[in-house]
Write a protein that binds this ligand. Structure first.
Ligand code: 5AD
Ligand code: SF4
Length: 429
């Protein structure tokens, strides 16, 4: 979501006549798009903000702007704590960036409401020409006890389906071939839109999957509690919907899940996962996991390790618990797992995820898969790089142009990347 918002901020600034400065010291405007999901994001940002302070001291004409979730979490406090900041705005006010820059000439300005335009309606400067992020909703109505998102992105609001489909048709006309639908909780999409105008998430997926020119559709992230049969059926029956589900588990211990207020047990999560595997042949499944949540015992942690093995994940984002201000866990649960134990657990978890995903990746060896070409390989420029429908990266020998689809025979696998050779000529649908 932050990458998406950064692309919109860049697009908006370009539309106002700004260009990207090669180095920070040369910039007239320094804009930070901040995250505050974990304490480490805040720490890294504060280091960068100190650097901006130095630049501003040397050149007082420089404008320092701070947008995104950290700014929201600090609201007006940011101007008293960091008086060199000229503009601050939350993620719900991105569309007002131009107006804020204009007003800044008169006074420091802040904007922190949640009811601005969707950032998805703004111009974008996309990082990858064939791929686009498409925002379908913002905010979150869940109350996961560790999570700061609901307080910095507000209640969930869905974008109107017509607006989403129009954006995707425009993207296809510009040559975009793959879209990733974005929301904090994509599968509760639409519940706030009046009956008669709304689509369910499954209906939206089918509609997006039938937009001509869009070859691949992905989405992130669904909440297991809202993952229904109709979504699985839509994925199974719509060719453009890729065989990949990112299904955040957070923990393998039902006791911890309860304290996290995730509203499912390990058993219900595993049942759901089995239904997904049955319904969508050859699906890949990835997840998010947190270690060191308050009160996490050795047994709880072992449950997370065994979940990784039972679920047979193709990959996982793994995080050390970080207490966040204003959250239930941050305010009322003791952060009692020592840093040493947290680091021991995250290391063991990362090792287990690698073992499992490496073993999973070998299933592709000897098979031929459709790859969307992204460009030259980052490690070996004589090779090409692309992604399988399962969202697994492949480096391969071939001559296909970026943005085309090719069949690749897979001959090798590590935990994160496959290796192979292009077969035949690219398909250009
Ligand atoms: N500490 C550690 N990880 C967190 N996440 C969210 N909040 C926290 C926190 N306080 C993780 C969750 C979520 C991902 C985006 O970040 O796993 O799915
Ligand atoms: Fe945070 Fe939970 Fe909402 Fe995800 S579903 S954004 S973890 S509160």
């Amino acid at each position: 979501m932050n990458d998406h918002d950064s692309e919109r901020m860049k697009g908006l600034l370009e539309s106002l006549g700004y260009n990207e400065a090669p180095v920070r010291d040369d910039a007239d405007l320094i804009l930070f798009n901040t995250c505050t999901i974990r304490g480490s994001a805040d720490d890294r940002f504060l280091g960068n903000l100190g650097e901006a302070k130095r630049i501003k001291r040397e050149n007082p004409d420089v404008v320092v702007a701070v947008g995104g979730c950290w700014a929201q979490s600090q609201k007006e406090l940011v101007f008293t704590e960091f008086p060199f900041v000229d503009i601050a705005f939350g993620p719900g006010e991105l569309s007002r960036l131009g107006e804020l820059i204009a007003r800044e000439r008169i006074e420091a300005v802040g904007a922190f409401s949640f009811d601005g335009a969707f950032s998805g309606t703004l111009p974008a400067k996309r990082e990858r020409p064939f791929h686009a992020w498409v925002q379908i909703s913002v905010g979150c109505n869940s109350v996961c006890s560790y999570c700061i998102v609901p307080s910095v992105r507000g209640r969930e609001r869905s974008r109107h389906p017509e607006e989403i489909l129009r954006e995707i048709q425009d993207l296809a006309a510009q040559g975009v071939r793959e879209v990733t639908l974005l929301g904090q909780n994509v599968n509760s999409y639409g519940r706030d839109i009046p009956l008669g105008e709304r689509l369910t998430f499954a209906e939206l997926l089918r509609a997006v999957g039938s937009v001509p020119g869009i070859w691949r559709v992905r989405y992130t992230s669904p909440h297991p509690k809202d993952m229904r049969e109709d979504v699985i059926a839509a994925m199974a029956e719509t060719p453009a919907l890729c065989e990949h589900v990112h299904l955040p588990a957070q923990s393998g211990s039902s006791r911890v899940l309860k304290r996290m207020r995730r509203t499912y047990t390990r058993e219900r999560y595993m049942e759901l996962l089995m239904r997904i595997r049955e319904g969508i042949p050859n699906v890949s499944i990835t997840t998010d996991l947190i270690v060191g949540f308050p009160g996490e015992t050795d047994e709880d942690f072992q449950d997370t390790l065994s979940l990784v093995r039972d679920a047979e994940y193709d990959g996982a984002y793994t995080f050390v618990y970080s207490p966040r201000p204003g959250t239930e866990a941050g305010e009322s649960m003791d952060d009692d797992i020592s840093p040493a134990l947290k680091s021991e657990r995250i290391q063991a978890l990362v090792d287990t995820v690698h073992q499992v995903s490496r073993a999973r990746a070998t299933r592709f060896i000897g098979e031929t898969h459709e790859v969307l070409v992204e460009g030259p390989s980052r490690t070996d420029p004589t090779k090409l790089r692309g992604r399988l429908r399962q969202n697994i990266a492949a480096n391969f020998t071939g001559d296909a142009a970026p943005g085309s689809l090719v069949m690749v025979e897979i001959s090798g696998a590590s935990s994160t990347t496959l290796a192979g050779t292009q077969l035949g000529v690219p398909v250009t649908a």
